[in-house]
Design a protein around this ligand. Structure first.
Ligand code: ZN
Length: 195
């Protein structure tokens, strides 16, 4: 009984530290301009760059829980790198999503870790909401990517792995490994953003 409690305490501390770190390194105009070109739209509510390529370009962003205008935004960790998006789309097209859903169904350990990833996602957003004064009540138990029970979007799960680090989301970690020939945060394969 004491062990899960102390685990919860340490993860709460970890997500609080992570939120502090991102809020101390808020996105500047240059980062926002690059993400706008990556997405083809202005990244509303972007708080910080959540992960960077070896070259420094944003790969994923951290978005506040409530967008300007009072719109709740559950996808706190969002993949922005066009190269990463494309690489993940390739493995989705190859049927990886079904394989991961089968893994969740068959492997109780992975399923437990995946539920933990859901809790950490929500806890991380909670820490952001507290610091930013955002109302999170309408998305309080909503995470992303199909969590906690299903795998529905590998892009969202990889974004959590990139932003929160490996060892948090077992499926996001597997996605990162599966795309490594095409995308890796440690190998710059960034293309031009001009076209
Ligand atoms: Zn790069």
């Amino acid at each position: 009984m004491t062990e899960p409690e102390s685990q919860d305490e340490s993860t709460t501390r970890d997500v609080a530290k992570l939120a502090d770190r991102f809020l101390q390194q808020r996105a500047d105009e240059h980062d926002i301009a690059i993400v706008e070109r990556q997405l083809g739209r202005y990244p509303r509510g972007m708080v910080a760059v959540g992960a960077r390529c070896a070259c420094g370009r944003p790969l994923a962003v951290v978005t506040r829980p409530m967008l300007p205008g009072g719109i709740p935004f559950p996808t706190t960790c969002y993949l922005t790198s066009p190269e990463a998006v494309k690489a993940v789309s390739h493995i989705e097209a190859e049927g990886r999503m079904r394989a991961y859903n089968e893994l969740l169904h068959d492997d109780e350990t992975v399923a437990g870790e995946y539920r933990g990833a859901h809790r950490l996602y929500v806890a991380f957003r909670h820490e952001l909401a507290v610091r930013l004064g955002d109302d999170e009540s309408r998305i309080a138990n909503v995470s992303a990517g199909g969590m906690p029970e299903r795998v529905k979007c590998l892009h969202a799960l990889l974004a959590q792995t990139l932003v929160m680090g490996e060892g948090v989301n077992p499926i996001g970690d597997r996605v990162l490994e599966a795309v490594t020939e095409e995308f890796s945060p440690s190998v710059c394969r960034c293309g031009s953003l001009d076209d």
